[in-house]
Design a protein around this ligand. Structure first.
Ligand SMILES: Cc1cc2nc3c(=O)[nH]c(=O)nc-3n(C[C@H](O)[C@H](O)[C@H](O)COP(=O)(O)O)c2cc1C
Length: 184
């Protein structure tokens, strides 16, 4: 049995990483779309389908989600790691991240925030509720439409050999899955 060592409470959340990274698109009343990179994303309900995202109040995207009550969760892969990091490193308050990161907006099916073409999967969400939690806000979205690249999802699970998803270890460190699926 290895000895335990104390971890500072200020970084205790990193013991939950690596976290699956998502690119969230959102749009203001003026129609300008934005992208925010998030590691704190999780499903919260199957029926109805719901997901939660945790967003700092200072983020421009926080204001946009509150303004229009919609967001789209897009799943990036290692092919766009640089772009994913970029969207999480600058604010879209006065910048167009779609243009600057060379990401392509695709019209969404049921919400205004566009899907990101270079991502492999998309969950369109309408804001259900929000919960302040310390220095972040949890936005819970009801998933109203979902789709994925052909061949990447077999109807129930991802094809892990094809889907090189991004996991955030912390800071500028990222990982992806070894393409070996094991069952207990
Ligand atoms: C890998 C990664 C994960 C991040 N995860 C979160 C997160 O879960 N919640 C959050 O509020 N910000 C997170 N950020 C920071 C935001 O993406 C960043 O502050 C962004 O520039 C905000 O953009 P905006 O002002 O255009 O909304 C993350 C950044 C990176 C690079």
């Amino acid at each position: 049995m290895s000895e335990k060592e104390t971890v500072s409470l200020s970084v205790a959340y990193r013991l939950l990483h690596p976290m699956h990274v998502a690119l969230i698109s959102c749009v203001g009343k003026d129609g300008k779309p934005n992208i925010i990179t998030l590691a704190w994303v999780m499903p919260t309900s199957i029926r109805p389908p719901m997901v939660a995202i945790s967003v700092g109040p200072a983020r421009h995207s926080h204001a946009l989600i509150e303004e229009t009550g919609e967001f789209t969760v897009n799943i990036p892969t290692f092919d766009i790691l640089k772009e994913t990091f970029y969207c999480g490193s600058i604010s879209g308050r006065n910048r167009n991240k779609f243009e600057e990161a060379c990401l392509t907006p695709l019209p969404s099916r049921k919400v205004k925030p566009p899907a990101i073409k270079e991502c492999i999967a998309h969950l369109e969400c309408k804001l259900h509720s929000k919960l302040p939690t310390g220095d972040h806000t949890i936005f819970v979205g009801e998933v109203v439409e979902a789709y994925a690249d052909k061949g990447i999802f077999d109807g129930e699970v991802y094809n892990i050999e094809k889907a090189k998803m991004i996991y955030h270890v912390g800071g500028a460190y990222f990982a992806t899955l070894h393409p070996k699926v094991v069952t207990p």
